[in-house]
Ligand binder design. Structure first.
Ligand code: GRF
Length: 215
């Protein structure tokens, strides 16, 4: 399976994909890392791993659709099976989403359907929640609203702050995101009209709940 990873920043999730592909936990080749920012640290991670990179600067395009078409053009030569949004901070239009429908995943740092959008950890702390987490989901035209695939939770500790909580959640992100991609590579995961399907079963709200100790 060939995948492309779209990033805007640090790329720690990208690193998890690189590491899992290197050790065989993920049966996939990362064919391209595409960023909308030339200064994204993830581009360095890709280069260090010998992966092709490309930058499509959203500021060069007046319309979101034109930016999306430029990204589609950059992706086309690689014929990827799956596109991974990993900290990619642009909202995609139907031009892009329809092209990769059923082959486009995102990770969101909350226990969806709670806290779509930004500042998820602060909102969870402010609400007095006991748990936070992350959700991998198929991307549809509804922002952070596509069918969930897998979710992992972490406790919110007394006197927690956003940075500490974000770091705790990121550890789980690095586990569940390549895992979802591996299910896809194994032909176990797909999207249909009913939602996300894993091993022939429709996944419930939140997707598969991965509760395992942090290693
Ligand atoms: C992660 O928290 C992810 O859930 C969100 O953006 C962040 C990306 O982090 N969508 P990184 O660039 O993978 O380190």
């Amino acid at each position: 399976m060939k995948i492309a990873v779209l990033i805007s920043g640090s790329g720690s999730n990208l690193q998890a994909f690189i590491d899992d592909a290197a050790c065989g936990k993920l049966s996939a080749e990362i064919a391209l890392v595409l960023s909308n920012r030339a200064d994204a640290f993830g581009l360095q991670r890709a280069a260090d791993a010998g992966i092709a990179t490309a930058v499509v600067d959203h500021k060069a395009y007046e319309k979101r659709e034109d930016f999306d078409r430029a990204m589609l053009d950059a992706l086309a030569p690689y014929s990827v099976d799956l596109v991974i949004l990993a900290g990619f901070m642009r909202i995609l239009t139907p031009v892009f989403i329809s092209t990769y429908s059923g082959r486009l995943l995102n990770i969101h740092p909350s226990l969806l359907p709670k806290y779509t959008g930004l500042h998820t950890h602060q909102r969870a702390i402010d609400a007095g929640d006991k748990w936070a987490g992350a959700t991998v989901h198929f991307v549809t035209e509804e922002l952070d609203g596509g069918p969930p695939i897998v979710q992992a939770r972490v406790p919110i500790l007394r006197d927690d702050n956003v940075d500490a909580l974000a770091a705790r959640v990121l550890q789980r992100e690095h586990r569940i995101y390549p895992l979802a991609a591996q299910w896809f590579a194994q032909g176990r995961l797909r999207l249909d009209a009913r939602g996300a399907i894993l091993d022939g079963e429709v996944l419930g709200p939140g997707g598969f709940q991965l509760d395992e100790p942090i290693s």
